[in-house]
Design a protein around this ligand. Structure first.
Ligand code: GTP
Ligand code: MG
Length: 460
C-alpha cells in the first residue's frame, strides 16, 4: 500500500470551536512526543517522551517560559492509538483564545496543521481500520438520529466489513481452485468439480443479493424512507398528504376516485427524510385508467417502508376496507381514523383491538397531524421499521460496489452454464473481487480518499 505524506506530524483542535469548558489539541506522528517535550512542563518536571502510554499528566504549556495555559496532557503511544502513531492530546481550557495559542505553539514547534479527517485517514492508511470503518466514524459524528448513530457504531465495529471479507474469502478460494485447474489441467490436484463451483457461486450470489436488499434500509437514513398513504376512495388520503406537507399539493374533492395517479413529495419528519406517497383509492378497477391507477398504487405499496392506512371515521367499515386490510396484512402500518370532526360511526373498538398503531385525525382541520408525525418518528427510532439486522449496508458507495460484484458473480454463473472455459469464469471472479476490495479500501484512489475524508471536520 502506498503511504501518503505520513512523515509529517499533524495537529489540530479536535473539539468544536467556541466557548466551552475544555478543548483538546491533538497531535499525531513520529514527532508528537518531541514536540510535546518542548512545550509541556509537568509539575514534577518529567517530560512527555518518558510518560507511559495511556497516562495523563498535569502541567503547563509554556512559550519562552511564559505560561499559555494550564493543561492535562495524555500520551497514547504507537501502535495502540487512534492513528496507530504516537498521539498526544492536550486538554486545554475551552474557548478559542487558549486553544488557538496552544495550537500555534505546536505548529511553530514542528507540527503541520491537519487536513479535515486526516487523523482518521491515517488510521486507515496505517491499517487500523478499513474504509467502511473510516466512513462509519464520519457517520457517527454526523449522526442526527439514534438510528443513524447505531448504524455508524455497527459499521465501526466491523460488522459489515466482516460480511464483505467473508464473501471475499469465498471468492478467493474459488479462484485458486479454478487457477490451479487452468495451470495444471491434467494434474489430479486441479481436477475441478463444476457442480460444486456452481453451487458455491450461487451461494455467494444469494448472499450478495441479500446484502443489496438490506442496502435499501441503510439508505433510508440518508435518502429517506417511503411512506405510502392507502385507503378506499374519499377517506381523505389526499387531504392527509396536504396536511402533512402543509400545502395544497394534491387535488381534494368530495368526489370518490379523485386521485388517479400516485403523487409523491419529500418531507422531513423529526430529522428523518421521508418520501410521502398519496395513492388512488380505487380498489376494484372498472376501466383501463383505473386499472393502471391500481397497478401504480401496488408498486408503491411494494416499495413502502411504512403504510398509512386511512379509514373514514364517519362511516362504517365496508368491503373495500376489508379487502385493503387483507392486502396490506404483511406491511408495517399506522392506521388513521380520519374525519373525527364528523359524527363517528366507525367500529373504533374493533380497529383498536386489531391494529397496534392507531391515530385519530381530522385532515381537513389539521387536527392531530402532529400525533401522526410523532408516531412515524417513534416507529423509526425504536427500530420497528428498520430492524438492527438491516443495519448491514451503509452508504450508496457500498451498495454500488456490491451491485457490481453481484453482476460479475452472476456473470460467472452464466459462463459456467454456457460451458465457457474456466479462464472466463476466473476473470469474472477477479472482477468481482476488485469491487469488494473497493468497499474495504484494499483498492482505492487518492481521489476517493479525498472525497471521503474531505467531509470530515478538522481534528478528527
Ligand atoms: N369533515 C372532514 N372532511 C374531510 C376530512 N378529510 C378529508 N375530507 C373531505 O373528504 C373528501 C375526500 O377527500 P380526499 O382527500 O380527496 O380523499 P381521498 O382519500 O384522497 O379520495 P380519492 O383520491 O378519491 O381516493 C373531500 O371533500 C375532503 O374535503 C376531514 O378530516 N374531515
Ligand atoms: Mg385522493
Amino acid at each position: 500500500m502506498v503511504v501518503y505524506g505520513l512523515k509529517d506530524t499533524i495537529a489540530a483542535i479536535s473539539t468544536p470551536l467556541g466557548e466551552s469548558g475544555i478543548g483538546i489539541v491533538r497531535l499525531s506522528g513520529k514527532d508528537a512526543l518531541t514536540i510535546a517535550d518542548k512545550i509541556f512542563f509537568a509539575k514534577d518536571n518529567k517530560k512527555p517522551s518518558t510518560f507511559k502510554t495511556y497516562t495523563t499528566h498535569y502541567g503547563w504549556i509554556k512559550k519562552d517560559s511564559e505560561i499559555i495555559d494550564e493543561v492535562i496532557l495524555t500520551v497514547m503511544r504507537s501502535p495502540k492509538s487512534y492513528t496507530k502513531e504516537d498521539v498526544v492530546e492536550i486538554n486545554c481550557h475551552g474557548g478559542i483564545t487558549a486553544l488557538r495559542a496552544v495550537l500555534d505553539l505546536v505548529l511553530e514547534s514542528g507540527a503541520r496543521l491537519a487536513e479535515p479527517g486526516e487523523f482518521t485517514k491515517r488510521a486507515f492508511l496505517n491499517g487500523r481500520i478499513d474504509l467502511v470503518q473510516a466512513e462509519a466514524v464520519l457517520d457517527i459524528i454526523k449522526a442526527k438520529t439514534d438510528l443513524a448513530l447505531k448504524l455508524g457504531i455497527e459499521q465501526l465495529k466491523g460488522v459489515f466489513s466482516k460480511q464483505i471479507s467473508s464473501i471475499r474469502q469465498k471468492l478467493l478460494d474459488l479462484l485458486s481452485i479454478l487457477e490451479a485447474n487452468i495451470d495444471f489441467p491434467d494434474e489430479e490436484i486441479g481436477s475441478v468439480n463444476l457442480d460444486e463451483i456452481h453451487q458455491r457461486l450461487e451461494q455467494i450470489n444469494g448472499r450478495l443479493k441479500f446484502l443489496l436488499e438490506k442496502a435499501r434500509y441503510g439508505r433510508v437514513l440518508r435518502e429517506g424512507m417511503s411512506v405510502v398513504i392507502c385507503g378506499r376512495p374519499n377517506v381523505g388520503k389526499s387531504s392527509l398528504l396536504n396536511a402533512i406537507l402543509r400545502q395544497e399539493r394534491a387535488i381534494v374533492t368530495p368526489v370518490a376516485g379523485t386521485t388517479r395517479d400516485t403523487i409523491e413529495e419529500m418531507i422531513n419528519i423529526k430529522g428523518i427524510p421521508i418520501r410521502v406517497v398519496d395513492t388512488a383509492g380505487i380498489i376494484e378497477p372498472k376501466d383501463l385508467i383505473e386499472k393502471k391507477a391500481v397497478e401504480r398504487s401496488k408498486r408503491q405499496i411494494d416499495l413502502a417502508d411504512l403504510i398509512i392506512l386511512v379509514f373514514d371515521g364517519s362511516r362504517r367499515l365496508n368491503r373495500e376496507d376489508s379487502l385493503l386490510i387483507k392486502r396490506l396484512q404483511r406491511k408495517t402500518k399506522i392506521v388513521v381514523i380520519n374525519k373525527i370532526d364528523l359524527k363517528q360511526r366507525i367500529e373504533k373498538d374493533k380497529i383498536i383491538r386489531r391494529f397496534q398503531y392507531v391515530v385519530e385525525t381530522s385532515a381537513k382541520n389539521l387536527k392531530n397531524i402532529d400525533l401522526l408525525e410523532n408516531k412515524i418518528a417513534d416507529l423509526v427510532y425504536s427500530g420497528r421499521i428498520i430492524s438492527s439486522e438491516s443495519l448491514l449496508v451503509g452508504n450508496r458507495r457500498h451498495a454500488e460496489a456490491i451491485k457490481k460484484t453481484q453482476k460479475f458473480v452472476a456473470g460467472a454463473i452464466d459462463s459456467l452454464d454456457n460451458k465457457l472455459s474456466l479462464e472466463f469464469i476466473a476473470q469474472d471472479i477477479k472482477e468481482a473481487l476488485g469491487y469488494l476490495d473497493d468497499i474495504l479500501g484494499g483498492r482505492f484512489s487518492e481521489e476517493l480518499l479525498d472525497k471521503i475524508f474531505s467531509e470530515f471536520c478538522i481534528g478528527k
